[in-house]
Design a binder for this molecule. Structure first.
Ligand SMILES: Cc1ncc(COP(=O)(O)O)c(C=O)c1O
Length: 377
């Protein structure tokens, strides 16, 4: 079976993790944490990094940092992982959904405006499967309405967005460099992985201080066991950060490999009529975190049938996200009742992703394409 994802760990990871073991710095203090935080912030073009235990925690912490209050609304895409909605709910807020753009699969920025009202406090754009959200109009909208922006760049390490594309001085900026805070996951299937892990980035020193405090139970510097706020234990370990530091040293190589895998898939699958391939808008550099495909009507099957037939040929796949409005857990809580998001619904039923891990060989990639051709041609 060709696995949907396999991480690629090298000698350098082994060396740095062993250094932690030998020095005894295995918990949440140690130099690799700060090195990883600063290194990742620098890479993304941000001032401060606050490493946490996973990407969901980063989102939850970021919303706590902007002071989300019970009843505050946060606008996010219907087509995303549940972490985004959970982060809002755990802060007492209300998730408000918008549908996706059918090309990029990211939140349709045009739709965001319709959902803004006097309860809206923040917008959470999510760069889906490695393709950036169209950030300029979204940031303009946030500015116009005084809303915070919490960027979810969990799936978009190294992806880039052409900022100011309608101005005289457009500039490529990395995903994770936008808004008040940006959040990352370093789960095993991410471009940079610490096994489990996450990070929030910001340029605002006050938000960075709040995040460091929230991450560590809101201990007070002067009176350690006195607490003024409800904190979390979201600490990352030095051992995990060591993996991140090792991978940051070869981040350009990692991003180049992912882009080249995506481009090879594009080339080998482009002739299949029934298949829609991932977009790369002229203003975007897609890192193809997961190489997703969407079945057109003429394919004559849905994603679960395609998944089954690829499995029979030794290819593992994963279905696309199920929209937040279709999640039983939210429906049971009376959320999103009678809401419809047709693009999201279609993606959920007709989309899946193919093996995309850094451990995938060229030969495996070609075999995957061969299997897709056999099933669909
Ligand atoms: C867009 C997005 N946000 C948040 C997360 C949550 O990250 P984690 O699994 O590290 O909690 C993920 C996880 O894959 C994700 O894809």
């Amino acid at each position: 079976m060709i696995p949907v994802n396999e991480p690629l760990l090298g000698k350098r990871e082994e060396e740095l993790v062993l250094e932690c073991l030998r020095s005894g710095w295995i918990s949440s203090a140690g130099k690799f944490i700060e090195d990883f935080e600063q290194g990742w912030a620098d890479y993304c073009g941000r001032r401060y990094g606050i490493a946490v235990s996973n990407g969901t925690a980063a989102l939850q912490m970021a919303l706590a940092c902007i002071g989300l209050k019970p009843g505050d609304e946060v606008i996010l895409p219907a087509f995303t992982i549940i972490s985004c909605a959970l982060a809002v709910i755990y802060n007492g807020g209300v998730p408000v959904l918008v549908d996706s753009d059918p090309r990029t699969w990211c939140m349709d920025v045009e739709r965001v405006k319709e959902k803004i009202n006097r309860h809206t406090r923040a917008i959470m754009p999510v760069h889906i499967y490695g393709h950036p959200v169209d950030m300029d109009p979204l940031l303009d909208l946030a500015k116009e309405h005084g809303l915070a922006v919490i960027e979810d760049a969990a799936e978009a390490h190294g992806a880039e967005y052409l900022s100011g594309k309608n101005t005289r001085a457009p500039a490529w900026r990395r995903c994770g460099s936008f808004g008040d805070m940006s959040c990352f996951s370093f789960y095993a299937n991410k471009l940079v992985s610490t096994g489990e892990g996450g990070m929030a980035l910001t340029d605002d020193p006050a938000l960075a201080d709040r995040a460091r405090s929230f991450r560590n139970l809101c201990f007070q510097a002067d009176r350690r066991f006195h607490h003024q706020e409800l904190g979390f234990n979201f600490r990352l370990t030095n051992l995990q950060a060591a993996l991140g530091v090792a991978q940051l040293e070869r981040i350009d190589q990692i991003v180049a490999r992912k882009r080249s895998m995506g481009q090879t898939y594009n080339r080998l699958l482009k002739d299949i009529d029934g298949l829609k391939l991932p977009a790369e808008e002229p203003w975007a550099k897609n890192v193809y975190w997961m190489y997703g495909v969407v079945l057109a009507d003429e394919a004559g099957m849905d994603a679960s049938e395609l998944a089954q037939r690829l499995k029979e040929r030794g290819v593992e796949t994963r279905p696309f996200f199920l929209g937040m409005h279709e999640q039983p857990v939210f429906q049971k809580r009376g959320l999103f009742i009678a809401e419809n998001y047709p693009v999201t619904e279609r993606l959920a039923r007709r989309g899946l992703y193919l093996p995309s891990g850094l451990g995938l060989t060229e030969e495996q990639l070609k075999n995957v394409c061969q299997a897709v051709h056999e099933v669909l041609s």
